[in-house]
Design a protein around this ligand. Sequence first.
Ligand code: ARG
Length: 457
Amino acid sequence: MKLWSGMLDENLDKKAEEFNSSIKIDKRLVYKDIEGSISHVKMLEKCEILETEEASKIIDGLKEIEKNLREGNLEVDLNSEDIHTFIEASLIDLIGDVAKKMHTARSRNDQVTTDLKLYIRDEVENIIDFLKNYIKVILELAEKNLETIMPGYTHLQAAQPVTFAHHMMAYVMMALRDIDRLKDYKKRLNSSPLGACALAGTTYKIDREFTANELLFNEIMQNSIDAVSDRDYILELESILSIIGIHLSRLSEELIIWSSQPFSFIRIDDKYSTGSSIMPQKKNPDMAELIRSKSASLIGNMNQSYIMLKGLPLAYSKDMQEDKESIFDSIDTIKISLEIMAGMLETLTINKQKMLKACKEGFINATDVADYLVNKGVPFRDAHHISAGLVLYATEKDLTLDEIDLKTYKSKSEKFEEDIYDVIDLETIVYNRKSLGGPSPNEVKRQIKWAREEIGL
Ligand code: ARG
């Protein structure tokens, strides 16, 4: 700012200037901005809009700026308005007036959305890698717990026996869908807006195919107004990341419940737990709680973008500058959440005895008592009633179903024989649930194999 200038009315108010600036947020687009500009200038040369010598000077200058930034000999100036003006000003400093030709047949409107798409494209690959690692950790945990019997729940009431492997594989399936969503998203993301200019294209004979190929886009946005106005790719990615966040949040909630004293199914490693400053006995699952709450930020970011865009007329409005803060935050949040969750799962201790005990205390073989009678010709409704009576009896006497003697069983129904004890054995129950998708160890092994093949792990 030329503070000494007498023409104060031509300068922005100091606060307004700060308010207008996006450099603190968009500085992370710096290398993508340089990449986009190099392709643009190559295209200007090819189309004979710039002389070869001019283009070479600009491209060499841009490469030097990149090198200086990477080596720490140049820093992004946080007093600039945005990353695009910073790069242009740095180039003018470095090579002089010829730098001013770089922005021919371009606007910051097509430039910013090009940069952002290039940045997001890389990050989507990174997020897929984080998801794959998270899946890998769960698959290993499942492989070790194929026979770890635990209660499966509905309404958070012990329902039927499953295995820990079976339960955890449900989260693998969610993550596989997440990867699928991201891959599908990439197809729509990877369309080039560059060359749309401010909104109405240009009179220069530019070659949009050329820049799209250079930047590895797989197609070109077909309408210049749409190209600069479209932020669907922000909404869509934030929606996908919100879904991933919800999956992680549900798992966090389970880890929190399972590690609480009444359950004690698992122990979260000290590396991922904190203590209390006042209660010496406390070990808190803070990481899981934070991941649970991060899903709220993801949904918040998504909402912000939807609401920001809702009433915007075409084409660019400055409101759209605010798209970056939320998408960057969502990208950072999902990566760290996936990383911490994977670490927590990798170091988890499983208490098999506690899980088994909870199965017995929860009468989760009551359905199998009823099924036993059904197999002997008793109508299901009556069988259900008889089984409920046995559960009541056991509760009163503080027994589990396998501790009730045969005489009592027979007093409820003559159909009961000695083999009832085999049928309600928890292991037998789990092993017999061989239907596709079910908990029997061999079936879960198949699920694991299927998941591995899906993502080539
Ligand atoms: N910093 C701006 C943004 O992020 C760049 C585009 C500015 N375009 C404009 N017409 N003022 O949206």
